[in-house]
Design a protein around this ligand. Sequence first.
Ligand code: C2E
Ligand code: MG
Ligand code: MG
Ligand code: MG
Length: 284
Amino acid sequence: HSKRIGGDRIDVYKPAMRARKTDRLTLESELRRAIERQEITILYQPIVRLEDRSIAGFEALSRWDHPKLGRMSPSEFISIAEETGLIVDLGMFVLDQTAKQLSVWQRAMRSRDPIFASVNVSSRQLLRHDLIHDIRTVLSRSSVARGTLKLELTESLVMENPEHAAQMLTRIRELGTGLSLDDFGTGHSSLAYLQRFPFDTIKIDQSFVRTTSRGTRPVILKSIIALAHDLGMDVVAEGAETDSDAVELYQMGCEYAQGFAFGEPMDADAAMRLLTEVRLEAAS
Ligand code: C2E
Ligand code: MG
Ligand code: MG
Ligand code: MG
């Protein structure tokens, strides 16, 4: 399905195909230029409150509009950006744009609870760069409601250097920035261990959520949801693809979901249109 640009299923074979056409060094210098010229597009995917299907927030997801290769997904350029250090500039760009966009949305819907926006962060940004300075700068340039700009980090990222990560994350939380633990369940740490990091939300990886992983799915999902709640965290299920996924997740006590059932990653204008609708109906 060509509309599902962001889907992992499509990502799997694209990088290999393109790697043959364009070598890494070329991509690296092209990516450097793309960031300068702002050829990076940010799409936003809704995160929905399952109770009433209202939009709680959006996740920012980057795309690279390459002049020759067309629109590229993160699996094709984030690792290059990380290895070359370009992720620092790319990350700052995404953070800044998303915060600006978030204040526009919040102004447009000021009578309702402010929505949030979350941005993915790579380990290099957190561990080898002054991310705190970037967040301060971004917050001072925009007027987002306190606590509504969030970062998403993976387990492997915080485990790379747990001491340093815990310190940094505590300082980031003090700035009024939310912290979500992304792709939960794919790493090697236990949720109890992760309690020492100041996450407010865990995002259950889509491999536990997708319809294709039936069977043991309900048991695993229920356990993760219960543990997260015991630790005082909110839960977002990633990869909710059908309405029945959404219904089941809600019955299991999960409060938020994200996935094709509610909307694919979309541009900022489409997100704004969606925000003006009262209620989101899940597709199929
Ligand atoms: P993620 O943070 O776990 O984001 C969720 C991914 O799942 C997105 O892929 C999204 O399009 C996809 N997705 C959402 N709903 C569904 C669904 O119902 N079914 C399926 N099959 N997939 C769904 P995307 O946009 O290709 O991004 C892939 C990963 O790239 C992200 O995973 C994130 O780790 C990374 N990424 C994206 N943008 C950025 C960025 O600006 N900076 C950094 N550091 N990483 C980024
Ligand atoms: Mg994420
Ligand atoms: Mg994820
Ligand atoms: Mg992921």
